[in-house]
Ligand binder design. Sequence first.
Ligand code: SOE
Length: 389
Amino acid sequence: MTKAINVAMLGYGFMGKAHSNAYAKLAHFFPELEHRPKLKVLCGRNEVKARAFAETWGYESVETDWRKVIERDDVDLIDIGTPNNTHAEIAIAAAKAGKWVACEKPLAMNSAEAKAMTQAIQEAGVPNLVWYNYRSVPAIALAHQVVQEKRIGRAFHYRATYLQDWTISEEVPQGGATLWRLDQDTAGSGVTGDLLAHSIDTAMWLNGAITDVVACTETFVKERMHQETGQVQPVLIDDACMFLARFSNGSMGTFESTRYARGRKNFNTFELNGADGSLSFNLEDPQYLSFYEHTRQDTQSKVEDHLTGWRKIHVTNFEHPYMDHWWVPGCTIGYEHTFVNTLADFFEAVENGKRPRPDFEDAWQTQKVCDAVLLSAKEQRWVETGVDA
Ligand code: SOE
């Protein structure tokens, strides 16, 4: 028995496309799921663009006001793919209307908003998801499995980078379509909310709660033209952010993010070093997980021999996370498939009465770390995150 679930997609930008593709593909690759997403409504402020997007992706109807979408009885799930400063109001209204809610990351502009959103969602008791899609990269999910299997042992170090280079030119404006990520009023923060939020979500999923941070940030280009007003305005976001972290398991972390690393396009990496092994991943080489095991395979003794070394695992076998739903071993999947995997986890959890992850509660914890990082950079001191350990 299958169940149709009518989806309303709010937003037709980069994430509108990534999410729409996930709804469209889900049943083809995860046919065992009961829920069958139906592309019911596309909502966007610019009607011409919204109609064009709806036609491309096969949405049945178009709205230009999200409030009307929430009022519709023929909508089950609201997907928020709009800029960050709109997430809270929409998510809270959608939850109150009893809709399921899927929200793009970062969940909110700050932790206070994230808390209010999480409370509204929990009071309404509606299924909810935050699109931290990198958890669903098979190699990252395999890293999680390896940690759960306790093959890393006591964790000492976590090291993450998230580097890009698309804002180096001073000619890049801020604000407006596609460039709202540079506008503090719309984005909330710069690389901290946009990029480090991914790194923090992955880190806490793999290595547990981040309890304390000390950070520094920099804004390299101080003024940019605002696309909407045409005025040159101060840039208020963080262009780069580095922070040190302490985890509740006693390990230490370093996190670095920038949009000024020439040549780095989406260089999202992590390395975890434990007493019994290490893991290493780079999103620009996403099919691979590197694993170092300080154990002799034949005897399981904790002694290194002449064949001990890093293994670069091509994560495409049927026994690897998600891969039995895709192609035959050796054939890779890409960026867009991580969104399909995320959605599959969501419905699988709902159908089995489990808590879907990552959800609003998880994303609120990540938001607490982002807030602590920004506060620490401002006040130049260590700050407790308040993350629930
Ligand atoms: C920023 O350039 C960005 O598009 C983020 O907003 C996404 O979350 C990330 O996955 C890719 O980079």
